[in-house]
Design a protein around this ligand. Sequence first.
Ligand code: SAM
Length: 240
Amino acid sequence: MHTASNPVTQKIVAAVSWALGKSKTVGPKKIVELGSGDGNLASIIEDSTQETVTRTDLLSWFSGRFTNYEVVDMRALPYASASVDAVVSSFAIEYTRVGNDRRAYQEVNRVLKMGGSAVFLVHHSRSSIAAAPIDNFIASAARYALGIKPVQWFFLQSWFDSIEMAGRLCDSKKRAAYDSQSEVRRDLEAVGLQVVSIETADGPYILEMCRNLNPDKLLDSGWLVVAEKPYLNRAERRRR
Ligand SMILES: C[S@@+](CC[C@H](N)C(=O)[O-])C[C@H]1O[C@@H](n2cnc3c(N)ncnc32)[C@H](O)[C@@H]1O
């Protein structure tokens, strides 16, 4: 049984449960997590909502661990339009926004059903991860990759991928972190999503990938953002 053991995860789970509670879908709901990494958050959501979460990530690090883990670039989601009840992302979607790239946000809006919800935990620029020195981050990613992978050919590719990705994350993380809540709002509203709430989510929410970084400094913080894909009004419905 996976349980939410810290306030940040508890807030995420509560937001997803709220989203599912208001969903009009009868029967199992479609929930997709973007940039799942180790997939642990999805396991916690599954255990508390009794729904299945599709874990997705650009990297295949953890694909062997779960049957419902798909290697997916969130900027081009392989899901039908209006087919998903809730999209979740924890410290992941904001990494794609560097250079004003809103494709991942557009994709979220496209795949969500009307009334469907997005629950994002995003870094703000005061997050310890966003402020951590880049070399620490690379070293930690390297240690992590070495620690989890048996030295086998099979894994070498993903090992190199992980280092390359860590480098890219380091390069982009300062620009990825949000400076203000209005910036978050702008990214979501630009693609048609409606912001329901943005709240501070501080606490010992430790990224699996950064466990070796410096646990004392990883009492991390971010903003928990809940947004909705609005229903069309009557005029919009007529136009379609
Ligand atoms: C900082 S980690 C967060 C992992 C996990 N969600 C957590 O909270 O521990 C960011 C994750 O986003 C993934 N990611 C970055 N860009 C992506 C993209 N374009 N499509 C899918 N995943 C991506 C990375 O591979 C990485 O696993």
